[in-house]
Design a protein. Structure first.
Length: 288
């Protein structure tokens, strides 16, 4: 068996996609991590480019367990993109707009760490980046899929379509069918049920954020999802769930997402909690 899970696990929850490695947590990441771990919340810090991937690994290696990392290149960093001070700070403006080319050799040293559990976040973003960059985004996406194939590690996917469209999701499914030999998860899923089924049909999981605690357009997807193919993630520092909306998000708040998933499905909260924890152990091959 590739993963380890016990009903007596030290950790009761896991935030599969968070960013304590970003600038927004520069001053107090240690306190934020402690709040989560003290509350039995494990978490995975997700790399968005080479610098933040290195930071994610650094943070993960400071802990014996409960904190993990992914490494990869976010599609918005493959070409000129808007500047997000929460991600890389004010001083990173010039770098942020220059674009990064994914080179597996740059990441080879990082993936030697046994705390690296996935490759990404990678995929397509047609919302914050002009769609005419699709060719560059796809090339970068495929390179990371091939890297994940070589390492036999799952993919952490970022897929965000154009407004009013499912275009990026449709394109991602096509690329995965052609190139992926590993599985993965579409984090912060905001697609419709038809699109969700296309990912489930090829073995890819979907993950939901705090948005589901204050918006209802994803209820149908959550209600119809196979329970063993869904996850919860905060995407901290962004989109804090109720009752923390408007505050900086953090891994501790993933509990609210677990709770809301159970409510929407009309299922026992403990049953859902245990299954989502097991889903993460299985996908990321971690012991909790």
């Amino acid at each position: 068996m590739w993963y380890y899970f016990s009903m007596e696990s030290k950790y009761k929850y896991i935030d599969i996609h968070t960013h304590l490695n970003l600038e927004a947590f520069k001053e107090d990441w240690k306190e934020v991590a402690k709040r989560a771990l003290d509350a039995s919340v494990a978490h995975i810090n997700v790399g968005t480019q080479l610098s933040t991937s290195k930071r994610a690994v650094e943070l993960a290696e400071m802990y014996d367990d409960g904190v993990y990392a992914t490494v990869g290149l976010h599609p918005i960093h493959t070409s000129k993109s808007f500047h997000d001070k929460d991600e890389i700070g004010e001083e990173g403006k010039e770098f942020a707009s220059s674009g990064e080319k994914f080179d597996a050799s740059d990441y080879n040293e990082l993936v030697k760490s046994n705390k690296v559990v996935a490759i990404g976040e990678c995929g397509f973003d047609y919302f914050r980046v002009e769609k005419d960059t699709k060719e560059v985004q796809e090339e970068t996406f495929v390179r990371q899929i091939e890297f994940a194939n070589e390492l036999n590690k799952p993919l952490m996917l970022h897929v965000r379509p154009s407004a009013g469209s499912m275009d990026a999701y449709e394109d991602a499914v096509d690329v995965l069918k052609k190139h992926a030999k590993v599985l993965g998860v579409v984090h912060f899923f905001v697609g419709n049920l038809d699109v969700a089924k296309k990912f489930w049909d090829i073995g890819f999981n979907t993950s939901f954020t705090g948005v589901i605690t204050f918006a209802d357009q994803y209820d149908e997807v959550i209600k119809n999802a196979p329970l063993d193919m869904i996850h919860a993630d905060t995407d901290a520092p962004y989109v804090a769930p109720m009752p923390h909306r408007g505050k900086r998000n953090e891994p501790l708040y993933v509990k609210e997402i677990f709770k809301r998933i159970a409510e929407l499905r009309g299922e026992d909260e403990e049953k859902v909690r245990v299954q989502l924890l097991e889903n993460a152990c299985k996908l990321f091959k971690v012991e909790l």
